[in-house]
Design a protein around this ligand. Structure first.
Ligand code: SF4
Length: 316
């Protein structure tokens, strides 16, 4: 039987855990319907689990049509316009914005006002259209420049004072590169430059923690929604440091054959018959299997995956 270890650093960040706990607390008291503006987390399985408990996910169009309703704001936060609509339409907001995001929104609001007074500009390193970025840029009346890469930054002019922030989930290395480039450009033009590293520590440490975890295992099963950008990024790290990395979104996507090695007489299992169809007993391919996931992967899903691997092993 292989040793199966679930990475303790994987799974929801503190902000998402807090938002889901708030949703569950609200759902526990029956009565009013609880709506959630946007997906609470980018994971289909977790969204479906909460839907079964009664949570209704809505988009901005539906939100604008609601009256006298109760709506949860997820960890990503919202721009001021959402709060205005809620007030006009008598919508009671259950605000589960992550406190770190909330603080960053305030910093960007203050920083933008300071830059306005100096005739300067504010840049946000982030993904255009991402919910958190919409909330952050909303603090400036959408007047900050959202940049997603150094290439985009290189197209801009830095002849006026510049203040740089980041979406909380961006890559720390890329942020540092962008900050260095702008610092040099502003120096050339003799204008002020300030960089506020606003990348969440729970995110920036995740990559190095995952690298250590992947190196310590014979195989990795990475669990994530296929659409999660954080999932794609963290999966690529696992692949880089462990050649036997498997990607699944659900436990039933796992193939028993992936965990079987050659039989004792040297034949490889084809997954047919009782022991994979070979004439000798099949062997486990890996002694240590690590289960990990994205920041949007629920712990219960990683536990289900670990359980399925154990079931495969007990059949060998
Ligand atoms: S700021 Fe950090 S803890 Fe908060 S939601 Fe973003 S990643 Fe999660």
């Amino acid at each position: 039987m292989p040793t199966i270890t679930i990475d303790t650093h994987s799974g929801f960040c503190f902000g998402v855990v807090r938002a889901i706990a708030e949703a569950e607390r609200q759902l526990a008291s029956p009565g009013e319907t609880l709506y959630c503006l946007g997906e609470i987390v980018h994971n289909t399985e977790e969204v479906q689990r909460l839907e079964k408990s009664g949570l209704q996910f809505i988009d901005m169009e539906r939100f604008k049509q609601l009256r006298d309703a109760k709506v949860l704001i997820r960890a990503h936060g919202e721009p001021p316009s959402t709060y205005r609509i809620a007030e006009e339409n008598h919508i009671r907001l259950i605000d589960a914005t992550c406190p770190i995001v909330l603080k960053l929104q305030q910093r960007i609001k203050d920083g933008f006002e300071q830059m306005q007074a100096k005739g300067g500009q504010v840049l946000i390193f982030g993904k255009a259209g991402h919910a958190e970025v919409i909330g952050l840029n909303g603090q400036t009346g959408n007047r900050a420049l959202v940049v997603g890469s150094l290439q985009e930054v290189k197209k801009l002019s830095f002849s006026i004072p510049t203040l740089l922030y980041s979406q909380t989930t961006m890559d720390a290395g890329q942020y540092a590169e962008i900050a260095r480039y702008i610092a040099v450009e502003c120096e050339k033009n003799q204008v002020e430059f300030r960089s506020v590293d606003s990348i969440c520590k729970s995110m920036s440490q995740r990559a190095s923690q995952l690298k250590e975890f992947a190196l310590g295992q014979d195989a990795i099963v990475f669990v994530s929604g296929k659409q999660s950008s954080n999932g794609k990024y963290l999966y690529s790290i696992c692949q880089e440091y462990n050649a036997h990395t498997f990607f699944v979104s659900r436990a039933d996507e796992l193939q028993r054959e992936d965990f079987l090695g050659p039989s004792e007489n040297g034949e490889t299992s084809g997954g047919k018959g009782e022991n994979g169809g070979s004439s000798g007993p099949t062997r486990e391919r890996f002694a240590k299997i690590g289960v990990c996931g994205a920041t949007s992967t629920p712990m219960w899903l990683m536990e289900e995956v670990a359980q399925r691997i154990k079931q495969f092993s007990s059949c060998i």
